[in-house]
Every structure is written in structure tokens, then in C-alpha cells.
Design a protein around this ligand. Structure first.
Ligand code: AHR
Length: 501
């Protein structure tokens, strides 16, 4: 099968905000306990943070990490997780049916985020709690001194403020599964009042308001519009969440789901602009895609997990080759919408629907989805180029006109590089890609790296990696500076990174 793309220096979508290479750690399952934090583990540092896990997080160059939830946050008292550990209460986490020891809290998370060079995106509880508690949390984290909450932080041994710049106004507040979910009107009211106290406490922070929990929520559209009517002047972003499933093992359909994600983004951006127009505002609300991933493998196992235990192995999806392709399509979709998506979090980061898995007291290893994220995070920071694709299309059970090739290019001006990310959705045939490279200085083909496996159900494990990138030979580039042609063969069902310099 043949495909043609054009990358022209003058035709760009926008700059990638590095925060689109973010992730998420929730107090859920083994994400924190025996994930990032395991005192006594042979790889743990003095604070109990696992160095083997921290090294993998650093390898991914994760820019921002959302915390502490997720559904968990809607029942969370942030005060439970600060101060002397021996005085911290054990609580029931009714969102996930577990016990929370609170041995790890906001200060530990801020220290860990610093260790892995990531920015913190902190969520406040707008389920069981109110605007005042949210404001107090900002004061505790960000106010220098001489007030009750800033001095409380100092009394906990944290002299300098954390300076957390990014905050979420609750989590999935439209979802019936959420502790104290709300109507759009109710949420809009509490969100704006929380936002006022939070921003008046620290005007340098940015806020993400909850959008609908997913594209197919019946309230989608009305929810965003009502919430933004209330919070427009104080919020900076509206959130989007999406999880893909492949329950019927229909991979062509599964790989079409990113078309829906693209539509979700464009529709949400349109609604933000509708409210902007209604308010005659100069301010643009951008998008925070702060939960995205594949999630379904663990659904049945999770039903059998004993309730009210501490850090049980919940949501431990083991990802296949097909899942890595779906994750690759999602990353390409985020890049293609770089003009509006400014934050995105792969949900989650360790053990819970995660690219990184750990064994308690044992090793840490990379899932299949680790690799597309790694490539995009390392090589996707620059100017995203418009990438018109000419290729055959197919229809699946739920979607029409799915292009067999999904692709995008990123120009990294300071390094004089172009990086092309591409998924071949054709499960049986290679794609002979012809790329027109126009308007750049002379480019050489540096490397073509491919993630593929003829078994789409192949998985990685602690014992080894069946799915990992390999260097692909055979690509060529010809022509003169300003007008070159790249030819490369993309194997069936593959994720590709083609590096030009
Ligand atoms: O990431 C797992 C869960 O998915 C989060 O807690 C929630 O926000 C979403 O429904």
C-alpha cells in the first residue's frame, strides 16, 4: 500500500507545550505504595522513593504529573497526608474500596516530582469538600510564611513553598461514580468560588476545570458550556478524559477510536470558543487532556479483588502490541491538536493502567505503551507541522473513513531536526511512505525506529520485552535543500519514528 505526506516548514499547527507529555499518579492500587514509594526496597532512597522506578520515569521525560486523583480526590482530606506520619489517619477510600494509610501525601509527592524533574499538577477535592479547603491547600503549598497554613507547612519541615503552578478544580464531577458528583450548575458554582480563593491566594497559578468525563457522556457539550459560563474568567483550561477499550478484539475498530478523540478535542475547543463569543471575552480557554490511555484488560480481575485492603493490585492492565498502536494514535492526535491541547496526562504512570510496572520487593519493567510515549516525549517537542496524508481508508464497526496511515511531523528548529511519528493501521500490508520535505535546509535520514510484532497480543513482562523498538533499514532521502523526498517502508501494524536532521 502507498501513502504520501507533505511536511512544509511554513505550514505549522503550533508549538508543542511540553506539558502534553504529562502523566498521572493517583492514590489507587499500587501506584504509590510499592510503585513509586516503597521504603525498605533495595532500590529505595532515604525517602523511600524507588530509584529504579524514578529512572524509568526520567527516561520518559514526563513533564507534569497529576496527583492525588482521580476519583480518589473527591473524598480526600489533604490535611490527612501532611505532618508527622505516625499521626496520620488511616481512612476508607470509598471511591476504590480500599484503605488509605496516608503515609504518603502532598509533601512527599512534591519531593518525588522534583526527583523525577516533573512539574506537579495538584487536584483539589470539590466532591466532599468546599472552596475554603481548596484555598487552604493552595496557602499550605504556595504561601511563603506568617500565615496559619504556610506556617503549618513550615512546622512540617518544608521551609520553602512548593510553588505548585497547575491545579485541577476537582475530578470528573459529572460522573455518577464520583463521590458527591454534581450537576453542571452546582459544579460551576463551587468551581468558580474555589477558583477565586485559590487565585486570590496565589495569582500565579493556572486552573483546569472539569469537562465531561468522556465524549459519550450524555451531558457532553451542555456541561462544558454551563460550567464555563460560571468559571470562564478564572479557569485557564477545561479537562477531557478518554480511555479506549478493545473488548471484542476488533483491532481495526480499536485503532479507529483516535478519530473520536480528535472529534472530542475539536468539539470541546469549539464549545470553549462559543462561550468566549457569548462573553465577548479576549481570553481563550485551552484544553487539558489530563487522562488518556487504554483501559479494559483488568476490568474483570478488579471485581474479584478483596475490599478494604491497602494498595491492592487494581487496574493492572498488561498492555499488548495492539494497545501500543492505539496509544501511538492517541499521541499523534494530541500532537495534531497542539494549538489547543496544552496539557495531557497519560493515565496513569506506575502499576495502575501504566507504562511502568513494578514487583513488590522486586524489579521494574516497561510495558508496550512505554515506547510510543518515550518517542513522542523525547522527539515531539517543537513546531508541529500540518501533515496532509494521502492514503486509502477503511470502515470499521463503529467508524468510517479511517486512514490506514496516521502521521504527524515535528520540526525541532534549535536542533535542525524533523521527527515523523506514524502508525500503520494496516494489519496485513506494509505502507510505502513517500514524504515530501519542503522549505527546510538539507536533511539526512538519521534513523527509522519501529515498534511492531506479528502477534498483536504480544506483551512485555518482568521476564523480558517481546515488544521493543528496533532500527529499521531501507529508508532513503534524496533531492536538494528545500525540496527533498523521503521513502520509507512502514511494516504492517507498526509505530514508527523517523528522524531527519
Ligand atoms: O484513571 C482511573 C480513573 O479513571 C480515575 O480515577 C478517574 O478520574 C477516571 O474515571
Amino acid at each position: 500500500m502507498k501513502a504520501h505526506i507533505t511536511l512544509h516548514k511554513e505550514f505549522s499547527i503550533g508549538e508543542t507545550d511540553k506539558r502534553i507529555f504529562g502523566s498521572f499518579i493517583e492514590h489507587l492500587g499500587r501506584a504509590v505504595y510499592s510503585g513509586i514509594y516503597e521504603p525498605g526496597h533495595p532500590c529505595a532512597d532515604g525517602a523511600g522513593f524507588r530509584n529504579d522506578v524514578a529512572d524509568l520515569v526520567k527516561e520518559l521525560d514526563v513533564s507534569v504529573i497529576r496527583y492525588p486523583g482521580g476519583n480518589f480526590v473527591s473524598g480526600y482530606n489533604w490535611e490527612d497526608g501532611v505532618g508527622p506520619v505516625e499521626k496520620r489517619p488511616i481512612r476508607l477510600d470509598v471511591a476504590w474500596g480500599t484503605k488509605e494509610s496516608n503515609r504518603f501525601g502532598a509533601n512527599e509527592f512534591a519531593a518525588w516530582a522534583k526527583k523525577v524533574n516533573a512539574q506537579v499538577m495538584m487536584a483539589v477535592n470539590l466532591g466532599t469538600r468546599d472552596a475554603r479547603a481548596a484555598g487552604n491547600f493552595v496557602e499550605y503549598c504556595n504561601f511563603p510564611n506568617d500565615t496559619y497554613y504556610s506556617d503549618l507547612r513550615r512546622s512540617h519541615g518544608i521551609g520553602e513553598p512548593h510553588g505548585i503552578k497547575l491545579w485541577c478544580l476537582g475530578n470528573e464531577m459529572d460522573g455518577p461514580w464520583q463521590i458527591c458528583s454534581r450537576t453542571a450548575e452546582e459544579y460551576g458554582r463551587v468551581a468558580v468560588e474555589a477558583a477565586k480563593i485559590m487565585k486570590w491566594t496565589d495569582p500565579s497559578i493556572e486552573l483546569a476545570a472539569c469537562g465531561s468525563s468522556h465524549f459519550r457522556m450524555p451531558c457532553f457539550g451542555d456541561w462544558e458550556s454551563t460550567v464555563l459560563d460560571h468559571v470562564y474568567d478564572y479557569a485557564d483550561y477545561i479537562s477531557l478524559h478518554t480511555y479506549f477499550a478493545n473488548r471484542e478484539n476488533d483491532v481495526p475498530n480499536f485503532l479507529g477510536r483516535s478519530l473520536e478523540m480528535d472529534c472530542f478535542i475539536k468539539t470541546a475547543a469549539g464549545i470553549c470558543d462559543l462561550v468566549k463569543a457569548k462573553k465577548n471575552s479576549k481570553k481563550t480557554i485551552n484544553l487539558s487532556f489530563d487522562e488518556w490511555n487504554v483501559w479494559y484488560h483488568s476490568n474483570e480481575t478488579d471485581k474479584k479483588i478483596e475490599k478494604w485492603t491497602e494498595a491492592p493490585p487494581l487496574l493492572e492492565d498488561i498492555y499488548t502490541m495492539a494497545d501500543a498502536l492505539a496509544a501511538g494514535c492517541m499521541l499523534i492526535t494530541l500532537l495534531k491538536n497542539a494549538d489547543r491541547v496544552k496539557i495531557a496526562c497519560l493515565a496513569q504512570l506506575v502499576n495502575v493502567i501504566a507504562p511502568i510496572m513494578t514487583e513488590k520487593s522486586g524489579g521494574a519493567w516497561r510495558q508496550t505503551i512505554f515506547y510510543p510515549f518515550l518517542d513522542a516525549s523525547r522527539y515531539g517537542r517543537g513546531t508541529v507541522l500540518r501533515c496532509p496524508v494521502k492514503v486509502d481508508k477503511y470502515d470499521s464497526k463503529e467508524y468510517c473513513d479511517i486512514p490506514y496511515l496516521d502521521a504527524v511531523g515535528v520540526h525541532v528548529a534549535e536542533k535542525n531536526e524533523i521527527n515523523i511519528f506514524a502508525v500503520n493501521r494496516n494489519l496485513n500490508e506494509a505502507i510505502n511512505l513517500e514524504a515530501e520535505i519542503a522549505g527546510f535546509g538539507e536533511m539526512n535520514l538519521v534513523e527509522h525506529r519501529v515498534l511492531c510484532n506479528s502477534d498483536l497480543n504480544a506483551v512485555n513482562s518482568a521476564a523480558g520485552e517481546k515488544v521493543k523498538p528496533v532500527v529499521w533499514q531501507g529508508g532513503t532521502i534524496e533531492g536538494k535543500a528545500g525540496s527533498q523526498r523521503l521513502d520509507a517502508s512502514l511494516p504492517p501494524a507498526s509505530w514508527n519514528l523517523i528522524k531527519l536532521s
